[in-house]
Design a binder for this molecule. Structure first.
Ligand SMILES: [Zn+2]
Length: 273
């Protein structure tokens, strides 16, 4: 089924038309994503998102994490460099000072981040990534979601849609799977809305772009993104975050090629220092 870019339409509609009325009692509204300058919708407080992120992270890591050993040390060391790079590149974003980066013993190639600076990487993703560069690109992608506050935007969209405020002519059948799930969860007022569910293609592309720049700026080779996503495509995709269809690995690779020149100049500058 062709993808309807409903998420984008919601943001544009909400940001540019009659939106103020919706947010009379709210302290925020349309803001710009650092690094891409995309106008985004966000009226959920970061404190609330962080609290939800903490709950979600606790449940995702309930079965324990790999805290010791070379794999945990390696991922923590790469993660520290990637996070420091993001903080230096986007000081205006107000990223958390302290991050928790853990490894989960799970063969599914997947990784996730929740608001508040907590990241989990599956051992299956580390195996698939192979190199430190590719692991950095995966972690960069996750930091990209946090940086762009995608969870808060998704939550904001879901609340508007659930309230019927921007539905207009769009029926539920027009929504892509991820958005529909968020709406259903928002209607049920689930605590995990906006944290656990898959991101839209727009958010995935944005996290790919931000993540590639962040990793390159930390001195990791951005060219590793191409073989990484080729392997991901072949493996049939990972867990919730990295489903091969979301977006297709081939369109993802095409996009990486388009943004590679900027990533390479960041990488070269980082290597020269
Ligand atoms: Zn993602």
């Amino acid at each position: 089924m062709p993808m309807r870019r409903f998420g984008v339409r919601v943001v544009r509609n909400a940001c540019r038309a009659g939106f103020a009325a919706v947010l009379v009692a709210s302290s925020a509204g349309c803001t710009l994503v650092p690094g891409t300058n995309r106008e985004r919708l966000n009226f959920v407080s970061s404190a609330r998102m962080e609290q939800m992120g903490q709950q979600t992270f606790a449940s995702l890591t309930r079965d324990g994490t790999v805290d010791r050993g070379p794999m945990a040390d390696r991922v923590r060391a790469i993660g520290r460099r990637v996070v420091a790079s993001a903080q230096a590149m986007y000081p205006e974003a107000g990223l958390p000072d302290r991050w928790e980066i853990v490894v989960l013993d799970d063969s599914t190639p997947n990784a996730f981040a929740v608001p508040g600076g907590r990241i989990g990487v599956h051992s299956g993703m580390i195996d698939l990534a192979r190199s430190d560069d590719a692991i950095a690109i995966v972690i960069g992608h996750e930091v990209g979601h946090v940086l762009a506050e995608h969870a808060a935007e998704r939550m904001s969209q879901a609340v508007l849609i659930a309230g019927g405020l921007v539905l207009g002519d769009a029926a539920m059948s027009d929504l892509d799977d991820g958005t529909r799930q968020v709406v259903m969860a928002a209607l049920g007022a689930g605590a995990s809305v906006g944290v656990l569910l898959p991101y839209s293609r727009l958010h995935e592309s944005e996290a790919d772009e931000l993540g590639l720049y962040i990793a390159a700026n930390a001195g990791f080779d951005p060219r590793e993104a191409i073989p990484l996503w080729t392997r991901m495509g072949r493996s049939g995709g990972g867990g919730l975050e990295f489903l091969s269809t979301h977006p297709m690995a081939s369109s993802r690779i095409e996009r990486f090629r388009a943004i590679m020149p900027r990533a390479m100049s960041l990488y070269r500058r980082a290597r020269d220092h």
